[in-house]
Design a protein around this ligand. Structure first.
Ligand SMILES: [Zn+2]
Ligand SMILES: [Zn+2]
Length: 422
């Protein structure tokens, strides 16, 4: 009997899932980059901000298509937004550094300007309202994080980073703030009300007002593009240009962090569905990954330091002495993703996916690890979707089972993700 030749699992097989999201609507007609968009929770309504200076509210019409009911022109490009449904307050960050606040009418057909926050001197990259604390948080390309009182409009404190600030998240209960920057740092800050101070954090960043420097979360090697806080699980999620999502177990207080690798280009957006515990990441590979966070995960190992291959003992190329003694050429160092051992290319020839460690694709492993892995079952812990546009921003409305993706193609897509949220 002829041996059956089975092709290895290809990368495109990851889209073969019975849990496929369905494209339900497209919002088109933008002439410039759409920077962000949100679904108004529970409604067939979307708010967009665009480089053409517009803030638009889109409502679904009887035809089934979305058309703008509001088109507000700002003094400069509209770059970031936050909408609070309960209070109907809409915050819009701009390229000129100002954050403008509007009140959205109940019928969504009108918005009225209420105040301006002179927050930044450069493009605003993200804005966020903490309803519980009544704080407006914003970050910008002036390398600043700013904290404003969302009632008085007064500035309460700030943090100056060494690079453009790109993302912000808050744990409103513990009053912890996380600021991501272009250099790949995530700075953890604490709000200490009543204690006005000015000090220099270990990162070199400067804090003032009620802001205190706590620590830096080290893990990413590329610009941080998105941060989101899960208040139930006490996890911080970060997405970066280094193609990784990291789940930081802040509540566990043991310094545990899980890496998730499912993208093949920069990650630009993440959002979280807390009930079903699904983290959604999107990137410039035009792929959306839904990560099941209910499953247990294993931390990736630390990479070992060694002058010789920890399998065959042959020297690495910087180990000149051993190279001379053994009359051998130096080898390049690699690491087994499963055990972390420093190994040469020949001793780490096999490849295997390790979904429990967040490696949804085949990665380099050593022979002993490969032999262990191949005998076990490794179900994927993620669902993959082809968004068919390079993603800029995303939002999820879990009760409505809707996902929104904003593309570099100036199109906003709405997806029915019922199948994923099962
Ligand atoms: Zn070796
Ligand atoms: Zn190994």
């Amino acid at each position: 009997m002829a041996a059956e030749i089975k092709p290895g699992p290809g990368l495109n097989d990851r889209f073969n899932t019975p849990r496929k999201p369905v494209l339900v609507s497209k919002l088109e007609g933008f002439n410039d980059d759409v920077n962000a968009a949100v679904i108004i929770p529970g409604e067939d309504a979307v708010i967009t901000v665009c480089d053409d200076r517009t803030v638009r509210i889109w409502l679904k019409r009887e035809s089934g298509q979305y058309w703008p009911s509001v088109c507000q022109y700002m003094p400069s490009a509209a770059t970031a937004l936050h909408f609070c449904k309960a209070s109907r307050r809409l915050f819009v960050g701009q390229d000129n550094g100002i954050v403008s606040e509007f009140l959205v009418a109940e019928d969504r057909n009108r918005i009225s300007h209420s105040k301006d926050y002179q927050a930044h001197t450069g493009r605003v990259t993200s804005v966020l309202l903490s309803e519980k604390c009544q704080w407006l948080l914003s970050v910008g390309r002036d390398k600043m994080f700013k904290l404003h009182c969302a009632q008085s409009g007064l500035c309460l404190g700030s943090f100056v980073s060494e690079a453009w600030c790109t993302a912000v998240a808050i744990d409103s209960l513990a009053k912890m703030i996380f600021v991501g920057d272009y250099a790949g740092h995530i700075t953890m800050l604490k709000v200490d009300e009543g204690v006005a101070q000015s000090s220099i954090g270990n990162s070199g960043g400067v804090v003032s007002g009620v802001i205190r420097y706590v620590t830096n979360l080290k893990g990413h090697t590329g610009s941080i593009r998105a941060l989101t806080w899960d208040s139930n699980g006490q996890f911080l999620y970060s997405g970066s240009f280094d193609q990784q999502v990291i789940a930081w177990d802040i509540g566990g207080q043991c310094g545990t962090a899980y890496e998730m690798n499912g993208h093949q280009n920069k990650i630009t957006a993440i959002c979280y569905a807390p009930t079903r515990q699904i983290l959604v990441s999107g990137g410039e590979d035009s792929v959306v990954v839904f990560w099941d966070m209910r499953t247990s995960r294993v931390e990736t190992p630390q990479w070992a330091d060694s002058d010789i291959c920890q399998r065959c003992d042959r020297p690495f190329f910087w180990n000149l002495r051993a190279m001379m003694d053994q009359r051998q050429l130096g080898l390049r160092q690699h690491h087994c993703r499963c055990c972390g051992r420093a190994v040469c290319d020949r001793c780490s020839a096999p490849r295997h996916a390790i979904p429990s460690m967040g490696f949804e694709f085949d990665v380099r492993v050593c022979e002993p690890c490969y032999n262990k892995l191949k005998g076990e079952d490794h179900p994927s812990r993620a669902v993959f979707m082809e968004a068919k546009h390079s993603i800029v921003s995303m939002d999820v409305d879990e009760p409505q089972k809707r996902l929104l993706t904003v593309g570099q193609d100036h199109i906003v897509k709405l997806w029915d993700i019922s199948a994923v949220l099962q």
